[in-house]
Design a binder for this molecule. Structure first.
Ligand SMILES: [Zn+2]
Length: 182
């Protein structure tokens, strides 16, 4: 296992609580962490949790959004977003779906999780949810340029490894009827 090093904290300089300069120190478990000598705050750097939504319509077409913002602006991806502190993973997925696509949905099951790299946050832990539509009207919102259903035989390049993983897992394990797409 790789040890925590100063490289893990290259952009971490000041205390979030009091603004004092942070110093790297090893803690009682011999792990290197930025520490504030003024207020004793310690910065624990963790992977960022995110949610992504796998949703098919009645024709087994997959819901995708064209990303407006970086990372991967202009690419297609599952509706997705970073988790907010005030919402559960399921609530996050329901909110992201509505914000990005106008559709109201409910959770069917958890597809799984995917741990991967991020150009912005280094590491992301994504949780995939299979959802179904219970209302709303398909319409791209906030950070999506477009939102539409794609037939599985004609999917565009998908922006993220995590999303490709969730899509293939869901197709493989939950028997989306591929016959209907041919
Ligand atoms: Zn401080």
């Amino acid at each position: 296992m790789k040890k925590l090093s100063s490289a893990n904290y290259k952009d971490v300089n000041y205390c979030l609580r009091c603004g004092h300069k942070l110093e790297l120190k090893t803690d009682s478990e011999n792990k290197l962490r930025p520490h504030c000598s003024a207020c004793n705050w310690v910065y624990y750097k963790n992977p960022i949790p995110a949610v992504a939504i796998v949703l098919f319509n009645e024709n087994n077409e997959l819901l995708l959004v064209k990303r407006r913002n970086e990372p991967k602006a202009g690419f297609w991806a599952l509706p997705s977003g970073y988790m907010e502190i005030n919402l559960t993973p399921e609530e996050n997925a329901i909110q992201e779906l509505e914000e990005e696509t106008g559709l109201k949905g409910k959770i069917m099951h958890c597809v799984g999780w995917y741990y991967g790299d991020s150009p912005i946050y280094e590491r992301i832990l994504s949780i995939g949810f299979r959802m179904q539509v219970i209302g709303g009207k398909l319409q791209a919102g906030d950070d999506a340029e477009e939102a539409k259903f794609y037939p599985l035989y004609n999917l565009p390049v998908i922006a993220f490894d995590a999303h490709r993983d969730f899509i293939s897992k869901e197709i493989a394990t939950h028997q989306v009827n591929l016959e209907a797409c041919r």
